[in-house]
Design a protein. Sequence first.
Length: 202
Amino acid sequence: MYEAGKIRLRPLERSDLTLVHELENDQYVTYYSRGIVINFKNMDEIIKEYEEDLKGNRKRFVVEEIDNKKSVGIASIYDNPGPIKRAGIGLYTKKEYWNSGFGKVATFILLEMLFYFLDYEKVEAWSAEYNKRAHRVLMDNGFILEGKVRRGLKVAGKYYDWYLFGILREEYFEKRIDIINKILGEYAKDYLEKLKLFSPHG
């Protein structure tokens, strides 16, 4: 588990697949997270994906509140091919947690895991042109817009661009303390204090 602020990320377990089923069949969640309005995934498909993840390179986590252990959403990490060690991330949450700030903290946790502990060189994230909330989450965590796939997405007969956001390892560490203070606020000092136990970067 990894905790920061009011939330933690823990490994997705088989017992959590009802949460995945709920999110994958919520048309508003899939519209904003992947540009899909009609998804209709049954539990057998959810289980198959879970079992494939156990053998593959995608790791999924449940985002939950620390105090009451209520599930907020699902976060994911997957390796991207290329000459450097780079990862892609994904995140979707229940609608009641939109604009709660939990998405920013969950994204921050993914970056801390990947850069601070796992030594990745770059992290990337894709987002639909219209998902302005996701764009803010990424940019508040230090990502920059690297490019667009024009008309890469079609929803209900209308075309949209896919946006690619990215952040390099050195860029993250240049901004890291500012990001921690911005994202965690009053919890920043406590987070940094607890992190001293590990201190791989001094």
